[in-house]
Design a binder for this molecule. Structure first.
Ligand SMILES: C[S@@+](CC[C@H](N)C(=O)[O-])C[C@H]1O[C@@H](n2cnc3c(N)ncnc32)[C@H](O)[C@@H]1O
Length: 203
């Protein structure tokens, strides 16, 4: 796997950030590299895999939100979200707090081209409710050409149910999966929502 930031900085994969799920890291990186968002929002930073994929894939701003602070997220790792915030100081804005409290403060400040939803505890039975909460909080902040990436689609039936309900009430949003884009397999664990044909854009 090759991960590179064109131009100046990074040309290597840091295992602390990426090693636990290189396949997903590579997919998110490829998506971002193609779409080149100017503003991204990530709900659930945790170890920083998906944030790192975004930051390497484009020069856009990323607003990352997490219940835990930068000092609390993986302090024992060298390459952790705190390191990301320093290394990508011109791109990465970290906001500590719950999505319910933070996302409403972003209205009128940002219109996002890329939103990544992954804010939950380890209790799989709550994933659907967390996605419902965060989808409701952020979909109106997404630009016309924007994309919403929802993690944990394959692992939690509840997430799929929430997406179906959202599409029912918001029929302008269309669901895609990485395999529709010629990337990943049918088991790839994310659903993508856009108000346009993402397949055309990713060609
Ligand atoms: C599955 S991890 C995110 C993984 C991350 N996207 C990555 O690629 O490494 C979920 C994260 O969501 C955070 N979280 C849980 N509930 C939250 C909430 N209500 N608001 C903000 N963050 C939350 C947790 O602290 C945890 O760091």
């Amino acid at each position: 796997m090759v991960l590179e930031k064109e131009g100046n900085r990074l040309s290597r994969v840091y295992d602390d950030l990426f090693g636990h799920s290189p396949t997903y890291g590579q997919l998110y990186y490829s998506l971002v590299k193609k779409l080149q968002p100017k503003f991204g929002l990530e709900l659930g930073v945790d170890r920083g895999m998906s944030a790192y994929a975004y930051l390497c894939g484009c020069d856009g701003i990323l607003v990352g939100v997490d219940l835990l602070s930068l000092d609390e997220l993986y302090p024992d790792l060298t390459y952790n979200p705190k390191w990301l915030a320093a290394e990508f100081a011109d791109q990465f804005i970290f906001m500590n707090g719950s999505t319910e409290n933070v996302v409403p403060t972003l209205h009128e400040k940002y219109e996002f081209d890329y939103v990544y939803i992954d804010a939950h505890s380890n209790d799989i039975s709550t994933f659907g409710a967390c996605v419902a909460r965060d989808l409701g909080l952020c979909y109106s902040l997404v630009s016309d050409k924007g994309l919403i990436v929802i993690d944990d689609y394959s692992w939690s039936r509840g997430v799929g149910d929430v997406i179906n309900e959202f599409k029912h009430t918001h029929p302008e949003w269309v669901e895609f999966h990485f395999q529709d884009l010629g990337m990943g397999s049918h088991q790839t664990n994310a659903a993508l929502l856009a108000r346009y044909d993402l397949r055309e854009v990713m060609k």
